[in-house]
Design a protein around this ligand. Structure first.
Ligand code: ZN
Ligand code: FE
Length: 249
């Protein structure tokens, strides 16, 4: 299986997973249909599924037109989410299914929305995480509670550190200064800031994120680190996470 990264809208990423042998494809969070149709057409691929992480328009905006073009494609989403256009399959934590001959497992990660899910490919070490974690930051808490977001991020933090995180927005460069403020003594953030700037200057995506790098430099994933927690005079865990959320305003 191959992954194609498409840039869409202002700073969204759409991912196309390709089964090169069968010439089929699956799309993750198609914010719009045009770039997806173009990519499929160019490679002579037919779309078999749409995987949505949550219902926001910049993740499902292309669903209906893609379905018109590929009427047999199935739309996947979380069972608690609702509001995903034309959803066929309603998924819960640990549900497993096959995508392009690879096994995918669902992580239920509410917080950004109430039914937000992630698509995890354990063998490949890939996580499609929507708007829950970004480079150096986490998603806005719109429908869930900070406690739910904490549990969701903890679930991600416990995956193997070499996991590739395919998040849905290019936010890394924008949030590095904020990360540096929230974790003032962390030299790895300054190193990352420099590297990210170089990538972005040439228009190179910072995705996929590497989980280990987030554990090292993303203040919203560093809650279990005792040194980090001590900056906030808090106990590692939820206590620290809530203080980081508070400090980030
Ligand atoms: Zn969103
Ligand atoms: Fe989004």
């Amino acid at each position: 299986m191959e992954i194609l990264t498409l840039e869409a809208l202002r700073d969204n990423y759409i991912y196309i997973l390709i089964d090169t042998f069968h010439k089929t494809a699956v799309v993750v969070d198609p914010s719009e249909s045009a770039p997806v149709l173009e990519a499929l057409h160019k490679r002579n691929l037919s779309l078999t599924a749409i995987l949505n992480t949550h219902h926001h328009h910049d993740h499902v905006g292309g669903n209906n037109i893609l379905l018109e073009m590929f009427p047999s494609a199935k739309v996947f989403g979380g069972k608690n989410e609702g509001r995903i256009p034309s959803q066929h399959v309603f998924l819960a934590e640990n549900d497993c299914f096959t995508v392009c001959e690879s096994q995918c497992r669902i992580l239920d990660i509410p917080g950004h929305t109430r039914g937000h899910i992630a698509y995890y490919f354990e063998k490949e070490g890939w996580l499609f995480s929507g708007d829950t974690i970004f480079g150096g930051t986490c998603g806005a808490i719109f429908e869930g509670t900070p406690e739910q977001m904490f549990e969701s991020l903890k679930k991600i933090a416990q995956l193997p550190p070499n996991t590739s995180i395919w998040c849905s927005h290019e936010y890394t460069e924008m949030f590095m200064p904020e990360a540096a403020k929230l974790d003032a003594h962390n030299s790895k953030i300054l190193e990352r800031t420099h590297r990210v700037k170089q990538l972005r200057n040439t228009g190179t995506p910072t995705v996929p994120l590497l989980l280990q790098e987030e554990l090292d430099t993303n203040p919203f994933l560093r809650f279990s680190n005792p040194e980090f927690a001590s900056q906030y005079n808090s106990n590692p865990g939820l206590d620290t996470f809530l203080k980081v959320i508070q400090a980030s305003g």
